[in-house]
Design a protein around this ligand. Structure first.
Ligand code: KIV
Ligand code: ZN
Length: 433
């Protein structure tokens, strides 16, 4: 059965540069939660829910937010009107809408955005071989003509739009498009739009169906970046999907390869296996000492509302924000965390030193209580930690093993977690009896 699938083609780069690069700053973040994310929900959000979501995105610091696909849905159209007419868009936030390269859709999309100060008109058309031949039955020439005609109409509309218009073009299904053809379409569109230095355009290269390892996506981005015309007037954007479970890695490697902007969603919601998870990406930067340019301090509160709106719960072990992500059960980890936190109190160098904790849980408003929880795999370090943190008891070393042994027997008999009060009981029985 597996033989019906073809291996992904390699990019023949002889002097690829991206493996030696490092990420030193946050990319431009572009949220697609309210379009790509919303269209994948079992129950799409209504206008009121989308507004709450939009306001959370703004509070987190997103400056580019794709709010809708207004020409395809009246609800989306109405949502655009609501945001604009009720004045919900801060001056420094650009709203974006997606449109196919079809005249009536483009004109309707501009209608939806009338009155907005700053917009991104995001044009897409599929370019992959299977889309061209099977879905659209169009030649390469016809696909290019479609993209150019879409660009021309947008240019015409933009000329009398009252707000500032930024243009974004996506060769949709770039991931399955022959690179040389993707280059030809993209360069045709750039030349037609003719961006300036003051108002660059966005070229977004989506990993629409993630089918390659992140290093190959990076190769494709590096290749495209080198082949693009007017490169200094183009913001190179990526839009990784997560079909292989590696969207975050693809985004990061793409940044190494020259991408300047990343599209994705909070927690990676989106079609199939989702979009790139911008929360994880932001914390990956944060934990390297890089300002993520998103305000992550109250992320738990923000995500509590987000999960109610999407009805998609956060897995307990989701990177950085899962409920259990700063909790250790195993004895060796607990011992190291306990020692690390003690060291942290006296280390005055300003750096984070605690083993097994990628970031300080306090940075996102959590405390240290839960970093150690007790079950049958826990050891004396963990038990000593709980007694100290919950009861301010510094248990002597000699007693630690005895109390831990009792706690372990209790946990084995009970078959689960042992609460701090039960640890305290065991301590009393062993040490005070
Ligand atoms: O995944 C995709 O290719 C898209 C495009 C419309 C950017 O969502
Ligand atoms: Zn997408």
């Amino acid at each position: 059965m597996y033989k019906k699938y073809k291996p992904y083609p390699l990019v023949h780069l002889t002097h690829r540069k991206w493996p030696s690069n490092i990420i030193t700053k946050a990319p431009v973040w572009a949220s697609t939660d309210l379009r790509d994310g919303n269209q994948a929900l079992v129950e799409p959000m209504d206008a009121a829910q989308k507004l709450v979501y939009f306001q959370i995105l703004v509070s987190l610091g997103f400056k580019e937010i794709e709010i809708a696909y207004p020409s395809a849905s009246q609800t989306d159209f109405d949502f655009c009107r609501k945001l604009i007419t009720e004045g919900h868009i801060p001056d420094d936030v650009r709203i974006s809408v997606l449109t196919p390269a079809i005249e009536r859709h483009i004109r309707r999309s501009f209608e939806a955005l009338k009155g907005a100060q700053n917009i991104i008109m995001h044009l897409y058309n599929p370019t992959a071989d299977n889309q061209r031949q099977i879905v659209f039955k169009k030649s390469k020439k016809e696909i290019i003509a479609l993209a150019l005609e879409g660009t021309r109409i947008i240019k015409e509309e933009a000329a009398h739009f009252v707000g500032e218009v930024m243009f974004e073009y996506s060769p949709e299904s770039f991931s399955q498009t022959e690179l040389a053809f993707a280059r030809d379409v993209v360069n045709g569109v750039i030349s037609q739009w003719n961006p300036s230095e003051e108002t660059p355009m966005v070229i977004n290269l989506p990993n629409t169906l993630e089918a390659c390892t992140p290093n190959i996506y990076a190769d494709r981005i590096e290749w495209m970046s080198a082949q693009m015309v007017m490169r200094d007037r183009v913001i190179l954007s990526v839009h990784p999907h997560n079909d292989r479970g590696t969207a975050v890695a693809s985004a990061e490697m793409a940044l190494l390869a020259g991408a300047q902007r990343v599209e994705g969603t909070l927690l990676g919601n989106g079609e199939r296996a989702g979009n790139a998870d911008l929360v994880t990406l932001a914390f990956n930067l944060y934990s390297q000492g890089i300002d993520p340019m998103l305000d992550v301090r109250a992320i738990d509160t923000a995500l509590e509302t987000i999960t109610q709106l999407t009805r998609l719960p956060i897995p307990k072990r989701h990177p950085y924000v899962g409920e259990k992500i700063y909790t250790a059960y195993s004895g060796t980890h607990q011992d190291a965390i306990k020692k690390g936190l003690e060291y942290q109190e006296v280390a005055l160098d300003g750096y984070w030193h605690v083993p097994y904790l990628a970031i300080d849980p306090r940075d996102i408003g959590r405390d240290y209580h839960d970093v150690v929880r007790i079950n049958s795999q826990s050891g004396k370090g963990g038990v000593a930690y709980v007694l100290k943190r919950y009861y301010a008891i510094d248990i002597p070393k000699a007693m630690q093993a005895k109390v831990a042994a009792r706690v372990q027997r209790l946990s084995e008999a009970k078959g689960g977690e042992i609460a701090p009060e039960e640890v305290f009981e065991a301590f009393k029985q062993v040490c005070l009896a």
